[in-house]
Design a protein. Structure first.
Length: 115
């Protein structure tokens, strides 16, 4: 089982950038599909971006061209580079690790984008 700790959230003005990090420990990180999800107040948690163990990635339509997911297996870390942030990107961002039937969530990090 893997344990996840997110960091990098904060308050930023619209148009700004943030980079989120998710550090994993406790298992073979490179074999996990890693994802970033977000949940805004009153809304369901939604997929933002996902990257497989082989490095293939996919994105929600709302963030395509603005966000980039990447992973550094040597550092057991997955990143989410967020550019051109909008107020509607405001949410708690969660990291998720999946491998077969094993699934783990991080505790979340708040991202607030002011207009």
């Amino acid at each position: 089982q893997v344990q996840l700790v997110e960091s990098g959230g904060g308050l930023v003005q619209a148009g700004g950038s943030l980079t989120l990090s998710c550090a994993a420990s406790g298992s073979i990180f490179s074999r996990y599909t890693m994802g970033w999800y977000r949940q805004a107040p009153g809304k369901q948690r939604e997929l933002v971006a996902r990257i497989t163990s082989g490095g293939n990635s996919n994105y929600a339509d709302s963030v395509k061209g603005r966000f980039t997911i990447s992973r550094d297996n040597a550092k057991n870390t997955v990143y989410l580079q967020m550019n051109s942030l909008k107020p509607e990107d405001t949410a708690v961002y969660y990291c998720k690790a999946v491998r077969g039937f094993n699934l783990c969530w991080g505790q979340g990090t708040q991202v607030t984008v002011s207009s």
